[in-house]
Design a protein. Structure first.
Length: 264
């Protein structure tokens, strides 16, 4: 494919060094999270955290490539890998909440709501929303590679992001409701926990904090795609690093410093 000036796709001259540094940081995070999962004998699906970090590293690798040799393919792959992987972080939180409810005393009662007696419904419902959002965003990026279909691509990605935001809000409300009931969200103690209560508080702090960070990141992405190519949000690079890169990086810091694998 033809090499073009970076401003053709970015609408600004992207800064150097930052993408290279972030690529290296996310590779390191991926290795650390993989080691933590193995060491804690956590559920295998926690490896999604490591896979997400590696996906981010690949995305920033393509962003680095775009700075020095921008092509339609490299820009599309950069967009794909920086847009989609964080969906897996949401899926991790969905599965974690479902797993904690499954261990709760209310599971044994018949007067509790159906969704609490069948926690797999929680995981399945939110996972399906995540899958729909993922596929819509991926489809939008794929459509953007076709000439004359930029508007269709933008609206397809937007629908996926809005679906994600709606279910994030619903998940946060559910997580807060579980926190308020001592009979829900039963977890085991980790090596740094002095009591069952502190273990429970640590795990739900991780779930709520990371979901909140991902919500901010998705809201930024909605604003970016609503404005479209050339809008102020799209053209302001520092907003990308603050509202996307920093939010995802902060989520990983929360996961690593309060690793949830000890509680499951």
């Amino acid at each position: 494919m033809d090499v073009v000036d970076p401003t053709y796709y970015f609408s600004y001259t992207p800064v150097q060094v930052a993408p290279e540094v972030l690529a290296g940081v996310f590779v390191l995070i991926s290795v650390v999270l993989c080691a933590q999962t193995v060491r804690a004998h956590g559920p295998r699906w926690l490896l999604l955290l490591s896979a997400t970090a590696m996906g981010e590293a690949v995305g920033y690798g393509f962003r680095t490539l775009c700075i020095y040799q921008t092509t339609k393919l490299s820009f599309t792959l950069m967009t794909l890998f920086l847009l989609l992987p964080p969906n897996l972080l949401a899926l991790t939180n969905y599965k974690t909440l479902g797993a904690t409810i499954q261990q709760s005393p209310l599971m044994q009662t018949t007067d509790s709501p159906l969704i609490l007696r069948r926690p797999r419904l929680i995981t399945w419902s939110f996972a399906m929303s995540d899958a729909v959002s993922f596929l819509l965003q991926a489809a939008g990026v794929a459509i953007s590679t076709q000439d004359g279909k930029r508007e269709l691509a933008k609206h397809t990605v937007l629908v996926g992001l809005v679906v994600q935001l709606v279910f994030f809000a619903g998940f946060l409300a559910l997580a807060v409701g579980v926190v308020r009931s001592w009979r829900l969200g039963i977890v085991r103690r980790g090596p740094r926990d002095r009591s069952d209560r502190s273990a429970r508080l640590r795990l739900f702090t991780v779930i709520i904090a990371t979901t909140g960070l991902l919500y901010v990141r998705s809201a930024y992405r909605v604003a970016e795609f609503v404005g479209g190519y050339g809008s102020w949000v799209y053209r302001t690079e520092w907003m990308f690093y603050v509202c996307d890169a920093a939010m995802v990086l902060a989520s990983f810091v929360v996961y690593m410093t309060n690793f949830i694998g000890h509680h499951l």
